[in-house]
Design a protein around this ligand. Structure first.
Ligand code: ADP
Length: 491
């Protein structure tokens, strides 16, 4: 594959998408958002934190190894464990107590929008889409402040029994608390003294306290559901956050209730606009039952498009019964990309999808069902556009407007990505999935599917990596829908 060709194709695709995006009426985005509060810890901070507690009690708590953060002491214990080993950790907190304590006793350096639906809404708004209708079932006043103020994000609000669309800052529920995830970063060589002991942090890393308030439900307000026509016109829906569904709730409800409601929402969206396309963005889900149910009961046969990274391809294959293929994807190695490709095709077939977009560092693979709505060149353009967005996001941390997205064009195509794809060429041509020429264009014509393979732009020293996956999926999906709309309008 030729590097120069791919640079040129990126540029052309970016400007094609720029022209097409104004044709979109809008996008519906649900369900998850939270606030990420980031604090970089210094030696003084740690000394101060230790000073709030009795050192013997801290030691005891460290020995207990708390698996959830029920009170501030649990946090300190897990922080010390994480720092001692230089190992990343993520621990859930089911109450707000520690959040309040941290706000008062430590504070954060900065906070940003977190959660897939939150990140995707802000991105599409900053790219200038006409309308983004976001639905966050637990939208609080504090959370609403993290939506960008571009005027094109609207949120359903029930007023006197009627659903109206308002800016998030006017649509929140005053009774709701916030879902705040704390991210504590620390650096190598930091000295920690506690309970007479002393250690040096072996490497940079972080501890995350993920907030799981008990009141969180992945669900849609009944009135919003009944008046769902109020969100239209929209051309697509991007749904995420299903990992929040729990097997059982204290009030006796179970995951089955929430799965059923989620599917009703999808069916209603499609009935209100049969042309509407629906994308689900996957993330890692520890609970195998929930992971499997999401795939077989919510995604399969109901939605059109799935976005995920390579680890999630492996995890999905695993619960669908393809264990060997799943291990082969995880192991990477020589057959890694072949397995990834086969795995993505399997997902397309088993889940009856029109499109499976897999992003990896340096290349993307998109499997398309026969009969998908665009040419392979147009599908490729949508992916290349998202590669530019990913580069801009890695470069700048946030893409505030289209001009900033354009800066992604300066980032070179990954040589490693090109090499990985080159190694895949023999597999494709040997199985007659494409000719060597077609491969150069990134086009594959399988017996029961088509596919696009592109090398992507990768930033050497990214200033941020959080949310790049969401950016890629949202950018490509929006660009694809925009091109479909543009064609329909005769352009
Ligand atoms: P997240 O959920 O935080 O977005 P994912 O694993 O879903 O994480 O997505 C990360 C994706 O971001 C990778 O698959 C890769 O395509 C892209 N990416 C990561 N680092 C860079 C970088 N430095 N430059 C460009 N793209 C990157």
């Amino acid at each position: 594959m030729d590097m120069e060709d791919w640079e040129q194709r990126h540029t052309e695709a970016f400007y094609n998408a720029k022209e097409a995006l104004p044709y979109l009426d809008g996008m519906f985005v649900a369900y998850n958002s939270n606030i990420d509060a980031i604090r970089h810890l210094t030696e003084e901070d740690v000394t101060k934190l230790v000073g709030f507690f009795d050192e013997a009690e801290i030691q005891e708590r460290v020995a207990v190894y708390p698996r959830e953060i029920a009170e501030p002491m649990d946090f300190l214990a897990r922080l010390l464990i994480s720092m001692r080993e230089g190992k990343a950790g993520e621990v859930p907190a089911y109450t707000e107590e520690t959040h309040k304590w941290l706000k008062e006793h430590l504070g954060f350096d900065y906070a940003r929008m977190g959660g897939q639906a939150g990140i995707i809404s802000n991105l599409l708004a900053q790219l200038g889409l006409k309308k983004i209708v976001t639905y966050i079932p637990w939208l609080s006043e504090e959370q609403a402040e993290y939506f960008v103020n571009t005027g094109n994000i609207l949120h359903p609000k029930v007023e006197n029994g009627k659903v109206v669309l308002k800016a998030p800052a006017e649509a929140f529920n005053p009774g709701f608390g916030s879902k705040v995830n704390w991210i504590f970063e620390y650096s190598k060589d930091l000295n920690v003294t506690c309970a007479g002991g002393n250690f040096k942090v072996p490497r940079d890393n972080r501890l995350i306290i993920s907030s799981r308030p008990k009141w969180i439900r992945l669900d849609m307000d009944r009135l919003v559901y009944e008046q769902l026509d109020s969100i239209f016109p929209v051309d697509g829906a991007m749904l995420s956050g299903y990992q929040m569904i729990k097997e059982e709730y204290e009030d006796g409800s179970t995951y089955k209730d929430y799965v059923e409601h989620s599917v009703e929402v999808i069916k209603k969206l499609k009935s209100l606009n049969p042309e509407l396309r629906i994308h689900v963005e996957l993330t890692s889900i520890q609970n195998r039952l929930i992971r499997k149910t999401l795939l077989t009961d919510i995604v399969a046969g109901n939605v059109h498009s799935l976005g995920l990274d390579t680890v999630e391809v492996a995890n999905a294959l695993n619960v669908l019964g393809y264990e060997e293929l799943s291990y082969s994807v995880i192991r990477k190695g020589e057959n890694g990309i072949m397995s990834l490709y086969q795995g993505a095709v399997q997902l397309m077939k088993d889940l009856r999808l029109e499109r499976v977009h897999v992003h990896s560092l340096g290349f993307y693979i998109c499997i398309l069902a026969k009969g998908h709505p665009l040419t392979l060149k147009e599908q490729r353009d949508a992916l290349l556009f998202s590669s530019v967005l990913a580069a801009a996001k890695a470069l700048k941390g946030d893409i505030e407007n289209f001009a900033e997205a354009e800066e992604g064009l300066r980032v070179p195509v990954s040589a490693k990505g090109l090499e990985d794809l080159e190694n895949f060429k023999l597999y494709c041509t040997g199985r007659k999935l494409c000719s060597p020429d077609e491969f150069e264009y990134g086009y594959i014509y399988g017996p029961d599917h088509d596919a696009i393979l592109i090398p992507t732009k990768v930033v050497d020293k990214p200033i941020a990596t959080v949310g790049i996956g969401d950016t890629i999926s949202a950018g490509a999906f929006a660009a694809m829908l925009a091109r479909m709309k543009q064609i329909r309008s005769g352009k």
